[in-house]
Design a protein around this ligand. Sequence first.
Ligand code: 0HH
Length: 208
Amino acid sequence: MPAYTITYFPVRGRCEAMRMLLADQGQDWKENVVEINMWMKGDLKASCLFGQLPKFEDGDFTLYQSNAMMRYLGRKHGLYGKDDKQASIIDMMNDAVEDLRLKYIKLIYQEYETGKEKYIQDLPNDLSKFEKILSGNKGGFVAGDEISFADYSLLDVLRNHQVLAPKCLDSFPTLKSYVDRLSSRPKIKAFLESDEHKKRPINGNGKQ
Ligand code: 0HH
């Protein structure tokens, strides 16, 4: 029986970075898929610490907040840098990814029709920051020379943006090769090619 359980809606959303991490680390997990009609009944929502999903379980240990889950798995699977300074850079990068994810979520769920063009126009302003940071780190990851939990977060957000704006990485060669290199890691590649991943929509409203 897998150690981990992810309880979430049938979307990639806030869990696909964690799924890539688990797949890449050779971990099994169970998916507890919550359809919207079940969520609307209210009992599960009432039981969630902050009234939201995802919920993550490791045996009898339960966590809410997707980034706390990433940090937990980072600590548990050696994906949190080699010292306190690297760990702090990894935290900083994960927070920066969260800022971009929140902008993306706002676009997808609130402003898609009115704001997509402007969003794509402004996107290089955000991407250039990540390009600069990654090109300054010869190790090829957000910090040091080993993958960290924040790399899976960044990979997920960049891949989502490639769906939103397929050419968005064309002027960012380091980011482009970073996405290609991480996506080609054998276990990530197998996960990305799985029906499980391919059939799961990125977002819950059909927009991407
Ligand atoms: N800070 C939290 C975290 O990182 C934010 C969690 C959150 O926003 O974990 N949860 C949302 C779902 S994520 C939630 O629980 C967005 C995906 C929405 C897809 C839903 C589609 C269902 C389609 C069948 N929202 C529900 C709620 O707040 O009641």
